[in-house]
Design a protein around this ligand. Structure first.
Ligand code: GLC
Length: 735
């Protein structure tokens, strides 16, 4: 059956079902509640924490169409896969008892794997996946995550985050694919493709959710859920393209920005949610609010004079489903609003049609659809190896003085610092618990950095440090121990966090970490500085004195092993920074800055630039060649460059193609990433890498806020080479 026929058939099914539904049943479909609404106190039944009466109250009496999240239990939020499958079967059975047998859609945050199912594969976080510059790995992460979502009996993943990470203070920077539009769009698209395949009704595929639409990631003060001031040209240039790419890739749901842009909260922004998202971008799926954010239009933002006014405002702005999450207030209020005529039934039918369409597309009406058998679809050895490879490729070697690294396995190493001996610091938030900080719940068979080094070492590995992040470290003891060792691995960074709990007032490292570092650097022993965490904390003074710098960010559950692989040279690092690493706290000038940011006294001088990352071998790019010096509008430009491994070991290199539009009617970035390719070369081997730039790659958002292309000079830059070309005979054209 063709896709067209399939869609028509689904469309008819939706219309047919809609015509049979009562108003209560329709509004129930727009209502999403948290697990606790149907849950029981854990001590009553830890392996099946559902209250059947509460479940029936929600699904049969309030017609709830979606449930999210995971049981809060004192010991953990992650459940066994058996418990999940049992709970999902119970929810399916109650769905079958509804008058029209409409399935409940269960949503979960599986942003780096199915973090609330015990022993799932937990990948590097998005910032690390971006550092791999490897879309194949993003695809595989999506594929494996979808499989494990479905093996757990779950239906819908609130991922990927398509927000752009351009504000390093923001506590969710690590949930993004970094600061660049092209990289973020490429990685997010690959992830969606793997997660959904060509038909996400397949037993091992599942629908994704682009979030958080739009402009959430750029709070002017760096604190989560605080105002962003983003002009529409910047919105269209930097913040919309990732969502456009995700929509093009077929993501069927979108979660809304929990904060506000230009004074308009995301959940009340008709211009964003309807004019842009629907009329311009043609999004056909459904939008879901973020946590309790409709009611916050009343309780926090003071746009609405009452909770009912808030529901009206959000539904009319374009919110299709409300993550209420703890009660049925949205259901009750919206019923009143429709009955009183304040919200037209046509808007309800529009939202419910979208929701039902996605449920059909997800295969949920096929109640007999099998859950993948965990035996060969969950935490498989192949998936584990892919995860370890992703972790390896996500680590950035930022400094390696005198080729100090890799170390010999018999080296005498002192390991110290708050991130040396914890699993939580490798994973970050959304891991087993919301904040990811319950170290005691992490799978003890996984290796911390220290354990992984000890497992590989044939020499001496001494640890000076505590058992938890905040434990004091005896600096004098560390300094005296340094004398008995050849190298010091100093592990610094951040404890896990997400959302507003992760807000900070400065990117500076904690003073105690700074103090430990300064004392160890004074010993004269070569210090390898390893940082872990979700943000680029300021390490300039330490990095200048350290012999080696490894930027680990959040490499996931295999991160400890990957770091040890790199430290001892069992793996040749190839990660590259997906963000600019600032030299100082207020030195936030990104790689794609405007000329004015590096003019006269203004300088662009990061500690490490976007795209920076060393290898244990060396690469040389030469012979950058364009197939035209003059380009007519509509033509593509073919570019070739030769890359050679001039070192003595095999390695992977990502070739980054940047473009500069030299002069235009709005200021243009000094360079923008437009393509990248990752290749592997043996010593002495060289390859010619070919790129094609399409007309759209030359476009930008013009004065009139439309995407246009203008004639003029452009520069293509790869490595240290730059070539110019001219775009001709193309009057300013709207694309
Ligand atoms: C949170 C987050 C969002 C997440 C949702 C459900 O507030 O902002 O990313 O998907 O709630 O947990």
């Amino acid at each position: 059956m063709s896709a067209q026929t399939m869609n028509t058939r689904k469309g008819n099914q939706v219309l047919d079902l809609l015509s049979k539904m009562t108003l209560e049943e329709k509004i129930g479909q727009m209502t999403q509640v948290d697990f606790t609404v149907i849950g029981i106190p854990p001590e009553q039944n830890p392996t099946f924490p559902i209250d059947p009466q509460k479940l029936e109250e929600a699904v049969l009496n309030h017609h709830v169409g979606s449930i999210l999240n995971t049981p809060f239990t004192p010991d953990n939020k992650a459940q066994s896969i058996e418990t999940w499958r049992k709970m999902m079967e119970a929810i399916r059975d109650v769905s079958l008892k509804t008058r029209l047998k409409i399935p409940v859609m269960y949503g979960i945050d599986a942003i780096h794997g199915v973090s609330y199912t015990q022993n799932s594969i937990l990948f590097p976080q998005a910032i690390n996946m971006a550092a791999t510059f490897n879309t194949d790995l993003a695809y595989q992460e999506g594929e494996i995550t979808a499989r494990e979502v479905r093996a757990s009996g779950l239906h819908w993943n609130f991922s990927p985050v398509m927000d752009i990470g351009r504000q390093p203070l923001w506590p969710r920077l690590w949930e993004t694919y970094g600061e660049d539009v092209h990289l973020s769009s490429a990685m997010g698209s690959a992830y969606i493709k793997g997660h959904q395949g060509n038909d996400f009704s397949a037993p091992d595929k599942a629908p994704t959710c682009l979030k958080h639409f739009v402009g959430y990631s750029f709070p002017i003060n760096g604190k989560d859920r605080s105002p962003a001031w983003i002009g529409e040209r910047m919105l269209r240039e930097y913040f919309l393209p990732g969502f456009e790419a995700g929509i093009k890739q077929g993501a069927p749901t979108i979660m809304i920005n929990s904060a506000e842009v230009d004074g308009i909260p995301g959940h009340a922004n008709h211009h964003y949610l309807t004019t842009i998202l629907r009329d311009e971008l043609g999004f056909k799926g459904f939008t879901v609010s973020d946590w309790a954010d409709i009611n916050r239009l009343y309780t926090r933002d003071k746009l609405a004079a009452s909770p009912k006014e808030a529901v009206k405002m959000a539904v009319l702005a374009g919110v299709d489903m409300s993550m209420v999450p703890f009660d049925f207030s949205f259901y009750d209020l919206l019923l009143d609003l429709v009955r009183s005529g304040e919200v037209p039934l046509s808007r309800i039918d529009e939202a419910v049609s979208r929701i039902l369409t996605v449920k059909y597309q997800s295969g949920l009406f096929d109640f007999d659809r099998p859950m993948p058998d965990p035996k060969d679809h969950f935490a498989t050895p192949q998936a584990l190896e892919i995860n370890r490879q992703a972790a390896r490729e996500s680590i950035v070697l930022a400094k390696n003085s005198d080729h100090l690294l890799p170390l010999k396995k018999d080296a005498r190493i002192l390991v110290t610092g708050p991130t040396a001996h914890l699993l939580s610091v490798l994973n970050g938030g959304w891991t087993i618990t919301w904040q990811g900080d319950a170290e005691e719940l992490y799978p003890q068979e996984k290796s911390t950095v220290l354990e992984a080094i000890r497992n590989k070492s044939s020499g001496t590995v001494t640890y000076i440090g505590g058992q938890s992040f905040d434990d004091e470290i005896d600096i004098d003891k560390a300094v005296s121990e340094a004398a008995n060792h050849e190298f010091i691995l100093l592990c610094l960074g951040e404890k896990p966090y997400t959302e507003t709990p992760g807000n900070i007032d400065s990117l500076l490292l904690e003073p105690r970490q700074q103090k430990l570092a300064e004392a160890l650097l004074k010993t004269g022993k070569p210090v390898i500085l390893l940082t872990l965490g979700g943000r680029p904390r300021i390490i300039t003074a330490l990095a200048e004195k350290a012999a080696g710098v490894i930027l680990g960010f959040l490499p996931g559950m295999e991160g400890g092993e990957a770091i040890a692989d790199i430290l001892f040279g069992d793996y040749n690092p190839n990660g590259k920074l997906p963000i600019t690493y600032p030299r100082n706290t207020n030195d936030i000038v990104l790689y794609d800055h405007k000329p004015i940011e590096a003019f006269e006294w203004n300088v662009y001088n990061p500690l490490y630039p976007f795209g920076h990352g060393l290898s244990y071998t060396q690469f040389e790019t030469t012979a950058l060649t364009l197939d035209k010096q003059e380009l007519k509008l509509g033509e593509s430009l073919n570019i070739s460059v030769t890359v050679k491994n001039t070192g003595n070991r095999t390695g992977k290199e990502t070739v980054l193609l940047y473009l500069n539009d030299v002069a235009a009617s709005v200021s243009r970035p000094v360079k923008q990433l437009k393509a990248f390719k990752k290749i592997e070369l043996t010593p002495g081997q060289q390859k010619t890498v070919i790129f094609s730039l399409m007309p759209d790659d030359l476009s930008f958002i013009g004065v009139n806020l439309k995407r246009i292309i203008e004639p003029g000079e452009f520069k293509v830059m790869i490595g240290n080479e730059s070539r110019s070309f001219t775009l001709i005979n193309s009057a300013e054209t709207n694309l």
